[in-house]
Design a protein around this ligand. Structure first.
Ligand code: AVJ
Length: 328
C-alpha cells in the first residue's frame, strides 16, 4: 500500500492500489455500544464484506424500491445530468459500494478524468474496482478505503483547475441525523468547491411501503441486520446466538425515519472480547436510522449547509429523488 499522495508533483499512475487510511475500530465501537444504555452500534459497521454482499441482495429485493428507482432516474436523465456535471470532471463517490450506479454516470459523462470511490469495506472495494477498471481502461481510478464520516486524505487533483463533483447515491445520507447531514454536506462542499454534489435521497411516503422495504419477506434485511452480531462472533470472538435476537424495523413518522433494532428474545449473557454483556428479554440494540426527506426539506438542508440546490429529479410515484447541489 502506498501512502497518501503528495499534493504537488507528478501525477501518480492510474489503478493505484486502494489505500487503507485508518482502522475502523469495530472492536472498540462495538463494545462501547454494548456498554451503553440503550445499546447501539453505528450502522457503518454493517459493511464488512459479508454485509456489503447482503446489502447488494437487499438492493435487488422487490420490496426495496430505492435502488432500481434511483438507477432508472439516473438512466432517464443521464444526458441532462452529464451536461450539468460538466466535462473533464473528477468524480468522487462517498460510500461507493458495488459501483453499479456510477457506470450510468461514467457512460453519459464527457471525458471524465478520474473516479475516486471511497468506501469503508476495503476487500469489497478492491474487488469491484478490478471489474470497473477492466471496463473503463482510460479512466484514472483511484480508490480510497476510508470511513468518510471521519477526516480522510484524497488524492491530489490531476491539475489545479480540475472540476470536482461528489456523487452520493443510495440515500446513504439518510443514515446521518439532519444535523449530521448538514455537517457532512459542509465538509463535502469544501472538497468539491467550484463543482457540486449529486445526491440520491429517499422520500417520505406511505408508511406501508417504507415498512415493507425494511421487512422483506425473504429475510435478507434481517440477515443484514444480524450480520452485526455474526461479525462480532467472527472478529471479536463473541458468542451471539443469532436465533436469540429478532430483526425489528419500523417507520417513525414523527421523525421521518426508519429505525432498525436487534431485539433480544430472552434474558441472556453474551461474551464479547472477554467481557460479559447482559441482555434482558425485549431489550433493543439500535442499529440504524434511515431518514426520509421531502424535496423541500432536503433542499432546505442543502441551503443550511451553504450549498445551492439547483435541480432535483424524481420518479412519477415520488418514491426517490436525485439532487444537484452547487458548491460555489
Ligand atoms: C444504504 C443507508 C441507504 O437505509 O435504506 C437497507 C441501508 N438498511 N436496508 C437504507 C439499509 C436496511 C440503506 N442505506
Amino acid at each position: 500500500m502506498s501512502g497518501p499522495r503528495p499534493t504537488t508533483g507528478i501525477p501518480a499512475p492510474s489503478r493505484a492500489p486502494a489505500r487503507v487510511q485508518h482502522d475502523h475500530g469495530f472492536a472498540r465501537a462495538f463494545l462501547d455500544g454494548m456498554r451503553r444504555s440503550p445499546k447501539r452500534v453505528p450502522c457503518k459497521y454493517f459493511y464488512d464484506s459479508v454485509g456489503s454482499a447482503l446489502f447488494d441482495e437487499i438492493c435487488d429485493l422487490p420490496e426495496y424500491y430505492q435502488t432500481r428507482t434511483e438507477l432508472s432516474l439516473l438512466s432517464a436523465h443521464a444526458d441532462e445530468i452529464a451536461a450539468i456535471l460538466g466535462t473533464d470532471i473528477e468524480l468522487i463517490e462517498f460510500g461507493a459500494g458495488s459501483l453499479t450506479k456510477v457506470r450510468v454516470l461514467l457512460d453519459a459523462l464527457e471525458r471524465p478524468q478520474a473516479y475516486i470511490p471511497i468506501d469503508i469495506s476495503g476487500d469489497y472495494l478492491a474487488k469491484v474496482c478490478a471489474a470497473l477498471d477492466a471496463d473503463y481502461p482510460a479512466l484514472r481510478l483511484d480508490p480510497v478505503v476510508a470511513d468518510f464520516t471521519r477526516p480522510f486524505v484524497l488524492p491530489a487533483p490531476i491539475h489545479d483547475t480540475a472540476r470536482r463533483v461528489g456523487f452520493f447515491p443510495g440515500s446513504t445520507i439518510g443514515n446521518f441525523s439532519p444535523d449530521e447531514a448538514v455537517a457532512f454536506l459542509k465538509t463535502a462542499s469544501g472538497i468539491v468547491r467550484g463543482g457540486g454534489l449529486l445526491i440520491g435521497v429517499d422520500l417520505v411516503k406511505d408508511a406501508d411501503i417504507l415498512n415493507a422495504a425494511y421487512n422483506d419477506t425473504r429475510g435478507v434485511t434481517a440477515a443484514f441486520n444480524k450480520n452485526l452480531l455474526a461479525r462480532a462472533n467472527r472478529e471479536l470472538g463473541a458468542n451471539f446466538d443469532l436465533d436469540a435476537f429478532a430483526h425489528e424495523a419500523f417507520y417513525n413518522a414523527a421523525d421521518s425515519r426508519i429505525e432498525m433494532y436487534l431485539v433480544s428474545l430472552l434474558n441472556q449473557d453474551v461474551q464479547i472480547a472477554g467481557e460479559t454483556i447482559a441482555f434482558s428479554r425485549g431489550e433493543a440494540v439500535h442499529t440504524e436510522d434511515s431518514c426520509k426527506y421531502t424535496l423541500e426539506s432536503f433542499a432546505a438542508l442543502a441551503w443550511k449547509a451553504g450549498l445551492v440546490p439547483r435541480q432535483a429529479w424524481c420518479d412519477p410515484q415520488q418514491l426517490f429523488s436525485m439532487h444537484w447541489l452547487e458548491a460555489d
